[in-house]
Design a binder for this molecule. Structure first.
Ligand SMILES: [Zn+2]
Length: 144
């Protein structure tokens, strides 16, 4: 389980609408758990959640991740018109390569945006955006 934070202010960013395919994914986030899909027929792993395996069209199952990965690529957002995002400028949007394989997009938080590099080890944490929506965020793994 990873850290889950409930914002002190109302969530004003766009929210996903959980459906039959992704409801378990968003709910797991509220519990500090990151889920991807793994295919029991061919072993393919995928993110984002889909009704079918993109490799063999089998029915995928959930796989709980370690919540660890590395920055695959990223950008620093310095201008943004929407108020909810503008208040956080500058911020990092990254593609994270999960230890389990798939790429997942998210913000890298809890660090100076200028310190983010490709290959940076990161770990997931979650923001509860709604009762049934936990949004994964990423932060550098503390040096040991
Ligand atoms: Zn498959």
């Amino acid at each position: 389980m990873s850290d889950v934070t409930t914002p002190t202010e109302e969530w004003t960013k766009p929210l996903p609408t959980p459906d039959d395919v992704n409801r378990d994914y968003w709910q797991a986030g509220t519990e500090g758990r990151l889920l991807i899909q793994a295919c029991p027929h061919c072993g393919h792993r995928q993110f984002y959640p889909r009704a079918l395996c993109t490799s063999c069209a089998g029915e995928p199952e959930w796989l709980e991740c370690t919540g660890r990965g590395t920055v695959h690529t990223f950008t620093i957002v310095r201008q943004m018109g929407m108020r909810a995002f503008r208040n956080e400028l500058p911020y990092v949007v990254a593609m994270i390569e999960l230890d389990e394989g798939p790429l997942i997009m998210g913000n890298v938080t809890d660090c100076d945006p200028e310190s983010v590099r490709i290959g940076l080890p990161v770990e997931v944490h979650f923001i509860n955006a709604a009762d049934d929506v936990g949004v994964p965020m990423w932060r550098p793994v503390p040096a040991r």
